[in-house]
Design a protein around this ligand. Sequence first.
Ligand SMILES: Cc1ncc(COP(=O)(O)O)c(C=O)c1O
Length: 473
Amino acid sequence: MKTNVLQDTQRILNLIAKRDLDDDEKKQLIDETVENFNSYINPGFLKYRKSFSSDYVAVEWADNGSTFTCVKGIEYIDCLGGYGIYNVGHRHPKVLKAVTDQLQRQALHSQELLDPLRGYLAKILAELTPGNLKYAFFTNSGTESVEGALKMAMLATGRRTIVAAVGGFHGKSLGALSGTSKAVFRKAFIPSLLNMRHIPFNDLNALEQTLSCLQFTGDDAAAVLLEPILGEGGIIVPNDDYFPGVRRLCDKYGVLLIADEVQTGMGRTGKMFCIEHWDVEPDIICLGKAFGGGIMPAGAFIGSEKLWAPIFNNPFLHTTTFGGNPLACAAAIATINVLLEERLCERAKTMGDLFLNKLKLTIKPYTPHIVIDARGKGLMLALEFADTDIGFRVSKGLFREKILVAGTLVNAKTIRIEPPLTITLEQINNVINALNKVLKEIASEMKPQLTNELINKIIPLNIFQHTVLSRQL
Ligand SMILES: Cc1ncc(COP(=O)(O)O)c(C=O)c1O
């Protein structure tokens, strides 16, 4: 041992037990965290974090409702939503109570006796999910849900090829990474990835051609793996006829449809599962992120009896030690209860429509020279900028205004807005005012680059003038 680990662990345990820190403790915590990230996690991270590259270093300390608070006590409106994990808000009291109640009695499961919460949660999911989906396998993350779904599809069909979308994101372990589409994440690992074909999203001709070519060559597809809305790919909402068409083609070629609802699920887009917007029944649904209520890491994949049949005789064909543990199941059961009781799917639609309208109004004077588009469904929203640099400047500017947003992983010039579904109107208005301020600053900084005529149009003073200006444009 190089240092006194016993003393260190005790000091950190004391810190965890504290609710408030004095000024010296705050400074020490911030300095040590930066040093630890630099020396023991990955110095590369710091360069990407707005919370580090801004005027002051923000180290997080607490969260509640729709906000995060840093060690210095500054509160941020969370429009990043942990990349989609805080659908019911931060530390929702009901989820917190379920997890702490369970924790007081038993934390993890024996792995041999039957654990009741896993059974209850599986039954609830059979009720909640569309169509014949009935059997559930519980995981610790979205990536693991996709991994398991791919294996189930191969087992059930006896086929090996998977079709996924360009712009799709499904995780970064070897199997899930096969479905993920961006070269920078995949290149170093080819050819150890699965047999994949990536096709353009929202293009039924491309899908039909691919499935028919695969059939012709004997590489028949086992499954089509798709996010209902491309999340990391830039919040791309497909046409309304796309998923019904995908279902029809999957049936025609005997291919399974896997809906990766890791980010779109649990009410985010205004329905419990996004694919329900188009009345489509997938063969497998993958869940993660918000499934654990923003308190526990938890995921699942759910499929029909026909699909599960190959593992009835050997349930050990696919296993995990921690997946479906009692704490995670307690969190997921409470999360579903809160989503239904507080009607958060409906709220996601109402607040999402309102937020999107306000975003569209706000960006109009800056379109297309600074902002290209505001789009999304429910509270899965995005702003796309003219270039990556502007996207970064806007997110940094919003961070200064105490609003947390982030880029999308495969499309850096698009920033996502995925707040808790509990976000209030007042908080939405704060975000809009901050965005207005930041865009105005960027527009005036870019003044020399723009024509005088344009500049006259892109310095709005208030939200009402937006409407007037937008009519003039
Ligand atoms: C659609 C989708 N699938 C899978 C994953 C992987 O989930 P996780 O990072 O929890 O393993 C993500 C993560 O962003 C995702 O957005």
